[in-house]
Design a protein around this ligand. Structure first.
Ligand code: CTP
Ligand code: MG
Length: 240
């Protein structure tokens, strides 16, 4: 299949509260090396030449604050109010993506330090003909199932076929619109899950350890360390 003629837009769900990070500002506005998580994520997306538009779903009570924060990026970055679930936030941002964007990425703001090369790899896989593409990593730990009380092991799961899923996830725009329109519940944690329910194949590409999601306070410490290591390697461009 050939490269679609239109552009590529990225949706950034950033409307979560960050409950697991503990008390403080919404997660997307917390900082790594003094720079808000959301700004890191947007930088990583727009450093890819093919990304022509970024639509951020902001906390509904923080839209003007997020707009001010992202003003330096100009019209390439738009801000809409997010919803009460991630899925709803993505759907609201998707409504703001013009039709000429044939490829749409969905990228968690919380994956602040995602290498731009991973963004490019996802776009290229969609452009090459995959309708839905997700970056994944093998599962490192042994995985066990437990009973409903959570106190006893019921099985050891064969991890060889398991993968941990990251973002950006990439889609043909028409497929993502269809997947969201047909969603029955509003609480899926990724968009590829909605595509799977339509019976459409989802392709996987290798993810990247540095595309981890900032979820807990430990992840913030890890992110500071990753950023510092990059800054030492590339003092001019620590995002690289
Ligand atoms: N998200 C969103 N709208 C929501 C909930 C989540 O846009 N109503 C976004 C978050 O801002 C985040 C991404 O979805 O960038 C992944 O969600 P998660 O890591 O769970 O973030 P939070 O929901 O903010 O964190 P927590 O679950 O700990 O509260
Ligand atoms: Mg959440």
């Amino acid at each position: 299949m050939s490269t679609p003629p239109g552009g590529t837009a990225a949706i950034v769900p950033a409307a979560g509260r960050g409950e697991r990070l503990g008390p403080g500002a919404p997660k997307a506005l917390r900082s790594i090396a003094g720079i808000p998580i959301l700004v890191h994520a947007v930088r990583s997306l727009i450093s890819c030449e093919r990304v022509g538009l970024v639509v951020v779903a902001a906390p509904p009570d923080g839209v003007s604050e997020v707009r001010d924060l992202l003003l330096p990026f100009g019209e390439t970055v738009q801000v809409v109010a997010g919803g009460d679930t991630r899925q709803r936030s993505v759907a609201l941002a998707l409504d703001a993506v013009p039709e000429e964007n044939d490829i749409v990425l969905v990228h968690d703001a919380a994956r602040a330090l995602t290498p731009p090369a991973l963004v490019t790899a996802v776009i290229e896989a969609v452009a090459a003909g995959c309708e839905a593409v997700i970056p994944v990593l093998p599962v490192a730990d042994t995985i066990k199932a437990v009973d409903s009380s959570g106190t006893n092991v019921t099985a050891t799961v064969d991890r060889s076929s398991l993968r941990a899923v990251q973002t950006p996830q990439g889609f043909r725009r028409s497929l993502l619109v269809k997947a969201h329109a047909s969603a029955i519940s509003a609480d899926t944690t990724d968009d590829a899950g909605l595509v799977e329910r339509l019976g459409i194949p989802v392709a996987v590409i290798p993810g990247h350890t540095e595309a981890f999601k900032v979820t807990t306070p430990f992840d913030l410490i890890l992110a500071e360390a990753v950023f510092a290591a990059r800054a030492a390697r590339h003092p001019e461009e620590p995002g690289a």
